[in-house]
Design a protein around this ligand. Sequence first.
Ligand SMILES: Cc1cc2nc3c(=O)[nH]c(=O)nc-3n(C[C@H](O)[C@H](O)[C@H](O)COP(=O)(O)OP(=O)(O)OC[C@H]3O[C@@H](n4cnc5c(N)ncnc54)[C@H](O)[C@@H]3O)c2cc1C
Length: 667
Amino acid sequence: MTNGVRPWSTAGIEKKAAKGGYKKGTIEYDNFVQTNLAKAYNSFKVPTIAGYVILGGFGLLVLAVGLYRLICFLANRRRNGLPSKKTKLENVIQKSVTKKPFVGERHAQEYGKGLFTFRSPLRIHVIVLFFLFLANIIPLTAFYQILDPAKNTSWPNNRYAAQSRYFADRSSVLAVAQLPILFLLSGRNSPVVFVTGCSFNTLMLYHRWIGRLVAVLALLHGIAYTAYLVNLGKYTQYWWKYNWFPLGPVALIMFVFIIFTAHRPVIRKYAYDVFIAVHVLLVIAAIATLHWHVYLMDSASCHDFIIWIYVAIAFWAFDRAVRLLRLVLFSFDVRLKTKQRWSVGKVERFDNINVLRITVDLPAPSSALHTSVAYAGSHFYLYMPQIQALTSHPFSLVQHRITQDEQGQCKDQLVFCASIHKGITRVLNAKWQNKTLPIFLDGPYGVRHNILSFDDVFLFAAGIGITHILSLLDGVVEPNPTRSKNVHLVWCIRSIEMMAVAIEVLEDVKARLKVGEALQHVSISVFVTGQGTIPLPVLDNEKRSSPLDEKAVTPSGDMTITYAGTTLTSNDAIMAKSNNTCIHEGKEGLNSENDLFARLQRIAGSHPSSQFELTINQRRADIQQIISEQVTGQSAVFACGSDVFLDQIRNASLQVDASYFEEPFSW
Ligand SMILES: Cc1cc2nc3c(=O)[nH]c(=O)nc-3n(C[C@H](O)[C@H](O)[C@H](O)COP(=O)(O)OP(=O)(O)OC[C@H]3O[C@@H](n4cnc5c(N)ncnc54)[C@H](O)[C@@H]3O)c2cc1C
């Protein structure tokens, strides 16, 4: 469509003048060339250069963060993984920039009501966005070459028309120039995540803000162009004369609608699957319309537009291709070595709580691919084509087991726990309990925390947030530790039955703490705030003291659990009473109440080296107190749970200068 000549090329404009019958050396010729040079400069040169500056600046920022990560990684290797002492400057930066909400004390919780709710970004986000907005505002409002209106051959004596047209063109160029960034920040497999290591949550925050910026620019383009045409009295004429023209307003309406529907309280919060379907379809339609709007103009001015649109589409296609590749590698037996050709999941429900366990058997024999990729804190997207054809849902990997099939071949089994909501999890609960169905996995994703470099690790979970935290716990307790480490897990739950979700990982972690090797110490404090459907067992040795106070456990570490009026002191006795229906014991069912308490008692029972402690408290956890008393500036705090919980932990952790990391389970 275009010959690649930039609209501001003098040679191109002179050619145009000659074609238009202007004679070189005449005033008319000079005015024509000056008018077109000014137009090309004002309308295209300035915003195109600004567009490339924004793209380049973004690239440099990503590379700078990547370089910083690399330096940290190398420094960590040089220290042999030993923790580094945080400097005062690092503390100040974390406290006031990288982890501090822009307004108030809330980042996870929303401000406002109904449609007018918003989440405060962190200050670091605001700083980046400020420079991005500035990089847009400056080329929108400055660097105009003002031509004497009398000499303007395009809009003689009509400064308003000239100015509105320049502004309309600038806003359109800037909007399209940022499409590659917008699309680059939309993918799970974005190279930005790979280089910077940022969370998908952060990526989405920037994606949304840049999306809003692009929509505002498109809106400004529409308003200014309309003003320009109305001023010239050509508005109606353009609708009928140029086939590219009506596509502009159509694309604009779609962009505005995309932004409106992406606002969390509109649909995203209540029907995520509907939102995603609408979002993807609208984006495809809007980009196709925009492409034709530009393409049909058949103008040299649009050369860069088309490139930017194609680059944006390429980023999108790259993400989809990598997703597909990951999904195939994980979920299908590509080497056709086993009878089971794809991954199959079994859905079970825990007794008395709204949580499902989804156990996915991978098809191929255990390979290095499977065993090495799942890491602490990772999550997978689960596709269940029998329920939803195209959408997927993220779940944290709770456990990665190696099992043996009938032929004695080792296979990988991934365990997820999902609380029951109103969408796919409701269908799983209603129709797929104790049944199997094909479940395809796309993953693993999630921030790779350098958790092993901390010697004092605090893990905070509320409710189902334990899934992410268990994965971290699993990763931080090493089978062969080389230096001492303290790991504290604080878990707030409504009913004791919730502990069934964690029991296997806790058993596994306890078993991993070798007798006689006293380097690692794991203490777990569970806070049960409600009664649940069955009474909370009374821990005879539980004292109403500080939750992480060692006095809460008897010197030997022994615990006695009284359940349903019977004091259970011997594991054997409990096992005799229980109906032995847990899958852990190789029988049917997820957990019976008795079995849960038997297992709880077993893990609460003394560890020969007192390295493992479990206290269960029937009260609300005083997070502020726990953190101010136990957490230090050299501790790492990881949190996953409700919005209120996260904000509370972030604020308390920042007060004591701990390194803080969170997983909000939403974006
Ligand atoms: C990184 C990450 C890890 C997660 N790990 C777990 C976990 O281990 N256990 C667990 O119970 N939950 C986890 N979640 C939340 C879980 O993905 C949603 O609860 C689940 O998708 C809800 O499914 P639904 O269709 O039944 O929900 P709905 O009733 O439709 O929605 C319930 C809530 O979940 C959100 N949601 C729904 N679908 C998605 C989606 N595809 N992506 C993001 N959010 C969605 C909605 O916005 C809404 O706020 C995680 C979320 C994220 C982002």
